[in-house]
Write a protein that binds this ligand. Structure first.
Ligand code: HEM
Length: 278
């Protein structure tokens, strides 16, 4: 659903050598795949459920926490400083507000994330320590995505979940950005002025593809969790009260059988996390 360069103005004369153009080009195919994950299709079709959205928020919480900690820690790094916009872009606090809205004050105890989210966070922390100049790839993927398709998704999500106000939807709101298009132009120009060696530039491009890949894996894992929860609902009897699954740092409503099944799922996912080489 990308619209190419339609919104490009004369003030934004981009060339093939520009990082913003190269990054868009190398991630084009991944973008299409991300849009076509089941979870993103549910959003686009106006079928996203509260359960899906809440699970997504949990993962976004951990992802933005890792991303923003890495950006904050490296804010004076020459590869980060020009694209460091915490006042305009930071998402962590808004996600926390949304989580509190849906889960109440003890939301931290209710957070549940799949293995793919842990892998994504691990990668963010790793490059924050070893290659801060690659952070731009992740910041681009998430923030420019949030300022693009994310804006459409926010409006659809509100309707599909029947939410009357904007409560629970702070994640989609950027009060510090008055024009998403103008801000994206500024961001792209900052990206294009980063001083990168050829090797670093290639590393950033590779990292951007990896960033999309990590997002796709998160969406796929989340969808599997939603499917499991749905099948649990189908099989559980109304007479039995819901029980809580206690995984390290997580809590999921589940029947005993499903708890065992979910436990197996999480164990398998964690093993596959070890096998997957980042
Ligand atoms: C339902 C799913 C999605 C839809 C409908 C969608 C839609 C769009 C649209 C219309 C644009 C173009 C904006 C423009 O040219 O100004 C865009 C750009 C972008 N999207 Fe998505 N998107 C989706 C999912 C994603 C996901 C999952 C990610 C990343 C995890 C993402 C990352 C981006 C990025 C980084 C851009 C900026 C491209 C650039 O200008 O260089 N999108 N998206």
């Amino acid at each position: 659903m990308e619209t190419g360069n339609k919104s490009q103005t004369a003030a934004e004369q981009l060339t093939d050598r520009d990082l913003s153009e190269q990054i868009k080009k190398v991630t084009k195919e991944s973008h299409v795949r991300a849009e076509n994950t089941q979870l993103m299709l549910s959003f686009q079709r106006g079928q996203v459920t509260l359960a899906q959205y809440k699970l997504l928020l949990c993962s976004l919480h951990d992802i933005y926490q890792a991303l923003e900690e890495a950006l904050d820690r490296n804010c004076n790094h020459p590869g980060v400083a020009p694209i460091y916009f915490p006042a305009e872009l930071a998402r962590l606090e808004s996600i926390q507000k949304d989580l509190e809205h849906f889960y109440g004050q003890n939301w931290r105890e209710r957070i549940v994330v799949p293995a793919a989210t842990q892998r994504y966070c691990h990668r963010l922390r790793q490059i924050g320590e070893e290659n801060p100049e690659f952070l731009v790839a992740h910041a681009y993927t998430r923030y420019l995505g949030d300022l693009s398709g994310g804006q459409i998704l926010g409006r659809i999500a509100q309707r599909s979940m029947g939410l009357k106000s904007n409560e629970g939807l702070s994640f989609f709101a950027f009060p510090g950005v008055s024009s998403a298009n103008l801000f994206k132009q500024l961001y792209r120009s900052r990206m294009n002025n980063l001083e990168l060696t050829e090797e670093q530039r290639n590393g950033v491009l590779e990292e951007a593809v990896r960033s999309f890949e990590l997002n796709i894996q998160v969406f796929d894992d989340l969808q599997k969790m939603v499917n499991l929860t749905e099948s649990q609902k189908t099989h559980s009897t109304h007479s039995e009260p819901e029980k809580s699954l206690q995984l390290p740092g997580t809590s999921v409503s589940a029947s005993p059988l499903l708890r065992m099944f979910l436990g197996l799922f999480v164990a398998l996912a964690t093993v596959s996390m070890g096998i997957y080489v980042l």
